[in-house]
Design a protein around this ligand. Structure first.
Ligand code: CAP
Ligand code: MG
Length: 427
């Protein structure tokens, strides 16, 4: 397999103009690590299983090079010319395409990417980002709070509206639709939005606090755009999109529509390809693409909640979303990042959270996080409003450096929540 040697070059010195991918690779039986890496570089750039007579010197220059070997880790450099700027689907079809199914590899995982400046500048990034989300609420000194009315699906529009009212009045900033609530017969999109906007206005008057709604517009593309127009006409500031089930092209096109709406990105489906640490693609790459394309907030996990999200991953994701420049950090398997004109994105921490876990969330994220508690609010023994009050009190406690137990002597809803759930993780 002499021609595979063209895709392996330990002497290659990449430039800042190259796109670099960090892979975790396990070769198949009988294949050397180097050869498997060469085959990955080949299939993901301009090679195939055999030498082709149409290969010419000017095409060879476009071949990717596996250049850094630290088994099971390997870095591959891609010349920028093989990518179409502004076309994330094309880029992924190269670096995250056929290669995962190659017989030459037993396992292969795209762990991280260094994105060169020409690719970064071909995307818009968030229109609002973290700061633009904070500006909606004029709340700058604490995490923002969101709650999904549970059960996930089944609440009628009336029941949903009543639950939303209690969530907002109790002190939560954002009511959030669940990822699988869109427009079902028991709770139609338009009816729900209409009701919630009226309730939102009422609660804002009652509480003097700004409230908003993460309304799920996930649907076939044209329908999604139609629903976004309705949301914008109602004067709501946010939409929510299940970015992975609608697909990258839909997300990118949606951003290009230019709505005056902040995009809350739900990542349902990610674990299908991110959970196996040996195969697939990492959540880091999902977060990077999401930032490039222009979501304003995205789920990153909670470490201590009900879904798998290791601390090192959450830590890396937080850096990816909030920082403008990071050096390579091999411990976190994070390549260098430089996002000069791309706004920071709000991380969202969610999944099995309740007041007793808030101190740990605050230690992990600090104040720049949106904390979502669904069951952790709607499961409060004294009702939804009590749940929202307990949630808010737990956040006020941590930002003011007050132990939860002390806060609980003043806030009875918090005391009941702590008695009910304690401080532990429910899986
Ligand atoms: C949380 C949640 C979220 C997940 C998403 C749910 O509800 O609404 O979808 O947290 O996970 O349906 O499970 P609870 P992630 O607050 O009741 O757990 O952010 O980790 O992708
Ligand atoms: Mg959910």
């Amino acid at each position: 397999m002499r021609f595979i040697r063209d895709y392996i070059d330990p002497e290659y010195m990449p430039t800042d103009e190259d796109l670099i991918a960090l892979f975790r690779l396990e070769p198949a039986n009988g294949v050397s690590f180097e050869e498997a890496a060469g085959k990955v570089a080949s299939e993901s750039s301009n090679g195939t299983w055999t030498e082709v007579v149409t290969m010419k010197p000017h095409i060879k220059k476009l071949s990717a090079k596996a250049f850094w070997f630290n088994p099971p880790w390997v870095k591959i450099a891609y010349p920028k010319e093989i990518f179409e700027e502004g076309n994330i689907s094309q880029i992924l079809s190269s670096i995250a395409g056929n290669i995962f199914g190659m017989k030459a590899v037993r396992n292969l995982r795209l762990e991280d990417v260094y994105w060169p400046p020409n690719i970064i500048s071909s995307f818009k990034g968030p229109k609002y980002g973290l700061a633009g989300v904070r500006d909606v609420f004029k709340v700058y000194d604490r995490p923002l709070l969101a709650t999904v009315p549970k059960p996930k699906v089944g609440l009628t529009t009336d029941e949903y509206s009543e639950t939303a009212y209690q969530i907002w009045v109790g002190g939560v900033d954002l009511v959030k639709d669940d990822e699988n609530l869109t427009s079902q017969s028991f709770n139609k999109f338009r009816d729900r939005l209409d009701r919630l906007m009226k309730i939102r206005d009422k609660v804002e008057k009652e509480t003097g606090e700004k409230k908003s709604y993460l309304v799920n517009i996930t649907a076939p593309y044209n329908e999604m755009v139609k629903r976004a127009k309705i949301v914008e006409d109602y004067g709501n500031e946010f939409v929510m999109i299940d970015i992975l089930t609608v697909g990258w092209s839909a997300l990118q096109s949606f951003v290009n529509e230019g709505f005056n709406l902040r995009i809350h990105a739900h990542r349902a489906f990610h674990a299908a390809f991110t959970r196996n640490k040996k195969h697939g693609m990492s959540m880091k790459v999902v977060a990077e693409i999401s930032r490039l394309l222009g979501v304003d907030e995205i789920h990153v996990g909670s470490v201590v909640g009900k879904l798998v999200s290791p601390y090192s991953e959450v830590n890396a994701l937080t850096k990816i979303l909030r920082e403008n420049e990071t050096d390579e950090n091999f411990k976190l398997k994070l390549l260098k990042k430089k996002w000069p004109n791309i706004k920071p994105v709000f991380p969202v921490s969610s999944g099995g959270l309740h007041p007793g876990l808030i101190p740990q969330i605050y230690r992990i994220f600090g104040k720049d996080v949106i904390i979502q508690a669904g069951g952790g609010v709607t499961g409060h023994p004294n009702g939804v409003m009590a749940g929202a009050k307990a949630f808010r009190a737990s956040v006020e406690a941590v930002v003011n450096d007050i132990p939860l137990e002390d806060m609980a002597t003043r806030e009875k809803e918090l005391r009941v929540a702590l008695e009910h759930w304690g401080y532990k993780t429910y899986a």
